[in-house]
Each structure stands twice: as structure tokens, then as C-alpha cells.
Design a protein around this ligand. Structure first.
Ligand SMILES: [Fe+2]
Length: 148
């Protein structure tokens, strides 16, 4: 038969356990809020990158380095054609990633996929910019056939 003391003890233990459950729920709520804030921030940053990639490529394509004057050396024309093709691909990929991030998939596996795709995109973009610089540096040092 339960005494007053044992009932008091049981109540205290139950309350303590409730408190612990409440803390665990708060912890998960907090993590979900943090995740949602990070998802939102990532989407905003990805949209900024998409815009910057688009305006960067547009600026480059307007420059004399990309304009085909028809009298450039063959070694220069082919890589420039490739760079322009990469611009199209990278611009599309940036738009897809920004669109995907703006939907802010709440599931961790969704973001894991985004991270993999973004990592590849980032590497491709840096590789592209690196080849661009190499080609243009070579163009500064060699005659590419333009009249300037
Ligand atoms: Fe560039």
C-alpha cells in the first residue's frame, strides 16, 4: 500500500522525468529552428551566387576577349568556344541549385544531396575560372590576331 511519502517520491520522480523530456523536446525544437535558419541563409546565399555568376559571365561575354572578331588565332578560338559553353552549363546549374535551395527542403538527406551537387558545381566553377585566366594570360603574351 502506498504511503504518503512513497506517493510524494513517485510524483517528484515523474515531474523530474517530465522536466527531462521537456528539455529533450526543447533541444530538438532548437535544432530544427537552427536548421531552418541555416536553410534560409543558404538559399539566400545561393541566390546571391547565382546572380553574381550570371552578371560575371554577361560582363565577360561583352568584353573583347570573348567577342569573335573572326581573325583570331585558331588556338584561341577553340578554348574560348569551350569557355562560352561552360558559361551556359554553369549558369544553368547555378539557377537549378538556387531554385532547389529556395524550396528549402527540410529533410537532412535533401540537404546532403544539395551539398554534393553544390560541391561539384563550386569545383567546376573554380576550374572554369582557372582555365579562363590561363587562356587570357596566354592571349596577353601571344598574338591572337586581333588588331589592338
Ligand atoms: Fe570569369
Amino acid at each position: 500500500m502506498a504511503t504518503e511519502t512513497s506517493l510524494k517520491n513517485a510524483t517528484r520522480m515523474t515531474e523530474k522525468d517530465h522536466e527531462h523530456l521537456g528539455q529533450l523536446i526543447d533541444q530538438i525544437r532548437h535544432l530544427l529552428e537552427k536548421h531552418s535558419a541555416v536553410a534560409k541563409e543558404t538559399a539566400t546565399a545561393m541566390e546571391t551566387l547565382r546572380r553574381h555568376v550570371a552578371s560575371h559571365f554577361a560582363m565577360e561575354e561583352e568584353s573583347p576577349l570573348f567577342r569573335d572578331t573572326g581573325d583570331q588565332a585558331a588556338w584561341f578560338r577553340q578554348p574560348v568556344k569551350q569557355l562560352l559553353q561552360q558559361h551556359r552549363t554553369l549558369r544553368d546549374q547555378a539557377a537549378q541549385l538556387a531554385e532547389w535551395a529556395s524550396r528549402q527542403q527540410p529533410l537532412p538527406e535533401g540537404w546532403a544531396e544539395f551539398a554534393v551537387r553544390f560541391s561539384q558545381f563550386g569545383q567546376d566553377l573554380l576550374d572554369h575560372e582557372h582555365s579562363e585566366i590561363e587562356i587570357f594570360q596566354r592571349a596577353y603574351n601571344e598574338d591572337i590576331g586581333t588588331k589592338d
